[in-house]
Design a protein around this ligand. Structure first.
Ligand code: ADP
Ligand code: ADP
Length: 237
């Protein structure tokens, strides 16, 4: 479970990007984060994994206050958070399997022979995940031979290979066509439900958010202006 308590961020430039944002996400809930450009969605995601330093407030992942960690403890805590990106962030010249296994370390290695260092359990999990995302037959293909939708499936498998406690997803469908976008959103939602994994999906497309999340949080000028069931969302959010 994730809990944000009065999380605020003012950039050095004076831009107030987040203003006392508070909410909790229980296990297994998939939250769609929506709002116009500049609303603070990226800042919110980046404050959770501390790529951006919050100005005040706290971020609780289980019993850990992520805002109080530094150095090694922060790096270890980040491994508890799976990330999925708009542009997939795969290592193009490595295979699908190698990309998925890199999630195990929480960082991407360019060293091809690193596969040999992986315990069999990690490799078994990677195969299982690749089956689940529909890429079982493609494990030995290079990432640069895949379509956009297939790349994002690898991105999902890589994030889950980490056995995360939380999934942060930044515009996962922004580079995909409408049909593939729906497939990817459906996959993320079902994988989270199956694992009881909470997720925040930063998503521009309100229709996708309404169809494939369990709850919508609407941000505007750094404040929460909507928090509720997807079908309760009205046009003025
Ligand atoms: P969104 O993801 O919803 O488009 P952002 O979190 O990117 O919103 O931006 C929220 C506000 O913070 C905007 O006013 C933006 O200009 C500002 N902002 C974002 N990143 C930075 C930064 N690195 N330095 C200064 N201001 C920033
Ligand atoms: P995104 O697609 O994530 O919303 P943006 O185009 O808003 O990205 O921002 C790209 C980069 O520039 C990000 O790292 C963001 O933090 C930074 N940025 C955004 N707005 C500002 C700003 N007003 N001043 C400085 N940096 C900014």
């Amino acid at each position: 479970m994730l809990e944000l308590k009065a999380l605020s961020k003012t950039y050095k430039t004076g831009d107030k990007a987040l203003s006392e944002v508070s909410f909790a996400i229980p296990a297994g809930q998939v939250v769609g984060l929506i709002g116009p450009s500049g609303a603070g969605k990226s800042t919110l995601i980046r404050c959770i994994n501390r790529l951006v330093e919050p100005s005040s407030g706290s971020v609780l992942l289980g019993d850990t206050d992520l805002t109080r960690l530094n150095g090694r403890a922060l790096r270890q805590a980040r491994r508890r958070i799976g990330m999925i990106f708009q542009e997939y962030a795969l290592v193009e010249r490595l295979t699908v399997m190698e990309n998925v296994l890199s999630g195990r370390l929480g960082y991407v290695s360019g060293w091809r022979s690193f596969l040999r260092r992986y315990p069999q359990d990690d490799i078994d999990l990677a195969f299982k995940l690749l089956e689940q995302v529909g890429l079982g037959d493609h494990f030995n293909k290079r990432a640069d031979a895949l379509s956009g939708g297939q790349r994002q499936r690898v991105g999902i498998a890589r994030a889950l290979e980490q056995n995360p406690e939380l999934l942060l997803v930044d515009e996962p469908t922004a580079s995909l066509d409408p049909k593939t976008s729906r497939q990817i959103m459906r996959l993320i939602q079902s994988m989270c439900r199956e694992r009881n994994l909470p997720a925040i999906i930063n998503i521009h497309d309100v229709m996708l958010a309404q169809n494939f999340t369990d709850r919508i949080i609407g941000l505007r000028s750094g404040e929460v202006v909507f928090d509720g069931a997807p079908d309760a969302l009205t046009d003025d959010v």
